[in-house]
Design a protein around this ligand. Sequence first.
Ligand code: AMP
Ligand code: GLY
Length: 420
Amino acid sequence: MNILILGSGGREHTFCWKLAQSPQQPNVFIAPGNAGTAQLGTNLPFEPTDFEAVAAAVTTNNIDLIVVGPEAPLVAGIHDFIAAHPNLSHIPVIGPKKEAAQLEGSKAYAKAFMERHNIPTAPYKQFTADTLNQGLDYLETIPAPYVLKADGLAAGKGVLIINDLEEAKVALTDMLANKKFGAASEQVVIEGFLDGIELSCFVLTDGEGHVTFPFAKDYKRIGEGDTGLNTGGMGAVSPVPFNDAAFTQKIHERIIAPTLSGFKKDAIDFVGFVFIGLIRVGDDPFVIEYNVRMGDPETQVVLPRIENDLVDLLSATAKKQLAEVALRISSQAAATVVGVAGGYPEAYEKGKEITGVDNGLIIHAGTAVKDGKLQTNGGRVLSSTGFGTDVHEALQNAYKTLTKVSFEGMYYRTDLGFDL
Ligand code: AMP
Ligand code: GLY
């Protein structure tokens, strides 16, 4: 079987790592991939949003199945493109079509979906440049902190949480009148602040059946104690210690079930990963956001805990046979710690030589081989995944491996798990 994975991060390397364990020995192609994926398959030099290049690669390499890693090609309609292609319409794509990808591509679309299907989330209103004044008035009527969300994709930077009313008004004006996030902030969602602890839920669905993957928790802020700027993710753990049986039951009943039945009611044929960003407020789960893909770095702790053959899971999804699959989850805990380039998530340098990656499970993200040497090639460079009887032991093991890795300017958080 020939599988094409679109993307280049730690998530995609983890997919390759898991596929490499399959007794079915699939041939894996990754576009564009990184230095880690190159060791497990064939990297192809094009971006996932270059649909013509994707189609050409599918034909040339006799691809049987496409797995889409990041959101951008999904929101741009890669699934629709393949489904409408004269020669490729029979090739399954794991990842939703453009309409359903709006769950991630538009905050307003996601909020309307949740409202329609009674899925617990923060109350909200949406505004455009034409209704800026109503937006400013609305801010006066709600308590701080103010949560302002650019409607569209803004590379993880489109959410502002502001304590001061006047600052919030300036920010809203910047977003709507001055297009601070370009087209992404032509519409802004203002929503109520939810005070709690976050966790990530992943569901793989074929449009009929589904499996719920192990829950995970990621660490988004650059600084120790969850301070400083937001990042793509500085680490993750699975399972989530505070996600006890009663809380999990609520997530299934109040969130996963109505989300999947919402797809049916709205005639959305969702094939792929539903990533539900949740927050626990008191004893109740609320949805912060939907994504239409696996999380990164959550994938680095979720996939290793799944004992099923990933080829079987993907094939069952393509054939709409997931309802017959029983997921087997390891009782071992997993943790991953991300090593980033100095300066990230602001300006940083690339091209620093990396050493010490031959111990433990090192997952590559922003890495490349140049002149025969492993180099940094991104902000989030790599992560170390460790295992243990609980997440604290798993973290210790992840750190043990990561301390052997080095590159100029390398930074990682040393406090992951502090809140658990
Ligand atoms: P999002 O892109 O919607 O996931 O938002 C980014 C981050 O902002 C989330 O991971 C939360 O930490 C925070 N956030 C978003 N919405 C809210 C909210 N309504 N209340 C509190 N925090 C929020
Ligand atoms: N770790 C959060 C994300 O993948 O968006």
